[in-house]
Design a binder for this molecule. Structure first.
Ligand code: ZN
Length: 349
């Protein structure tokens, strides 16, 4: 194992609330009793079985073997839960484990809406919103916060998701055009100008099938927006701790490079992209072989692991820690509420 501290010992990297704790125990029990079964898989990009094991658990302390493909650098989970296991997991534990709350909330919706603004700005910043960009389809839209932002900007929108509860929330509370469906369920539909996959692709088991399916639902100029948590951004977004990045719902852990490899395999070409990963692809039909990302990604993981010890002393971490210390002192002295009111008053002026 590349990172010994990621051995499967059950210890989480996050503080879990009681609901998360309960869900974690429930998942562990199902794994132990083989209610949740696992399957060994090869690399989804280059089909190679040559890989090195990076770690054995996720942020919640659940069994989670993560590997890097030696022949193309794709980082992926194997053995991973089977389709049947994942289906039950998404219906019972996933949302509660991930968010720590029972049901869809307005806070969740508003966060998604902010994400919608970021995506809109990404397109706008690269001058990719044309006069004939009218119709946006989002796959895996949850309650629809992302497309709600696009609707506010005057676009026609539609969202599909398998989570009934979230779909109903967006339909009833926000009057959004949402449907409980997958892309495969749509037929003879109007083809979108933009199709959005935000934090979806890293969950899908058969990504090759999904990308082939996208081809049937796009027209010549459709832009495909794909956002996934980039493994090369760990030093920015996860306190430089790979363990905080890893979660058992993810079957793939992309870099921009491995995502390009995957899309190139299906004839898509990168239009814009970064290591966040925010990316836009279009279909050209030109199929390209994978460029090996293995040494680059392993080098990044090793370097980040070394830098992790210094992370508490980086400017952002110092700022966050100082803020927490001050807030704790205010709490202890019982003046935090007063300090907040004062802050609001100053802001109001
Ligand atoms: Zn590979």
């Amino acid at each position: 194992m590349r990172l010994e501290r990621l051995k499967n010992n059950g210890i989480p990297a996050l503080k879990l609330n009681p609901l998360q704790q309960k869900m974690k125990v429930q998942v562990s029990e199902k794994v132990k009793k083989e209610v949740y079964q696992f399957e060994e898989v090869d690399c989804s990009i280059c089909n190679s079985s040559e890989k090195i094991l990076i770690g054995g658990k996720d942020r919640y302390g659940l069994y989670f073997p993560v590997n890097a493909c030696r022949d193309c650098g794709l980082v992926y989970t194997s053995p991973r839960m089977t389709q049947a296991a994942y289906e039950e997991f998404y219906n019972t534990e996933y949302r509660k484990l991930y968010s720590g709350v029972e049901t869809a909330t307005e806070v969740f919706f508003e966060n998604q809406k902010k994400k919608g603004k970021h995506i809109f700005n990404f397109f706008k910043g690269h001058e990719l919103l044309k006069n004939d960009t009218k119709y946006i389809l989002e796959v895996g839209c949850g309650a629809g916060g992302i497309i709600d932002y696009f609707r506010d900007q005057g676009f026609e929108v539609k969202g599909i998701d398998l989570g009934k509860e979230y779909v109903n929330y967006g339909k009833e509370k926000h009057g959004l055009n949402l449907e409980t469906a997958t892309l495969a369920d749509l037929s003879n539909e109007r083809k979108p100008d933009i199709i959005i996959y935000s934090h979806i692709l890293e969950h899908i088991l058969d990504v090759n099938k999904e990308i082939e399916l996208i081809k049937q639902f796009i027209k010549k100029n459709t832009l495909v927006y794909i956002e996934v948590p980039g493994i090369k951004e760990i030093h920015k977004n996860y306190e430089a701790n790979i363990l905080r990045y890893l979660q058992n719902a993810h079957t793939f852990h992309f870099t921009l490079d491995s995502l390009i490899n995957l899309m190139n395999k299906h004839g898509f070409e990168l239009v814009e992209g970064n290591q966040f990963v925010k990316s836009i692809f279009k279909f050209t039909g030109v199929v390209k072989g994978a460029v090996n990302d293995f040494s680059s990604v392993i080098n990044y993981i090793d370097q980040t692991e070394k830098r992790r010890i210094f992370h508490p002393f980086t400017p952002n971490a110092i700022k966050r820690n100082t803020k927490n210390i001050i807030l704790n002192l205010l709490d202890k002295s019982g003046t935090r509420g007063f300090a907040r009111q004062l802050k609001e008053k100053i802001k109001g002026r």
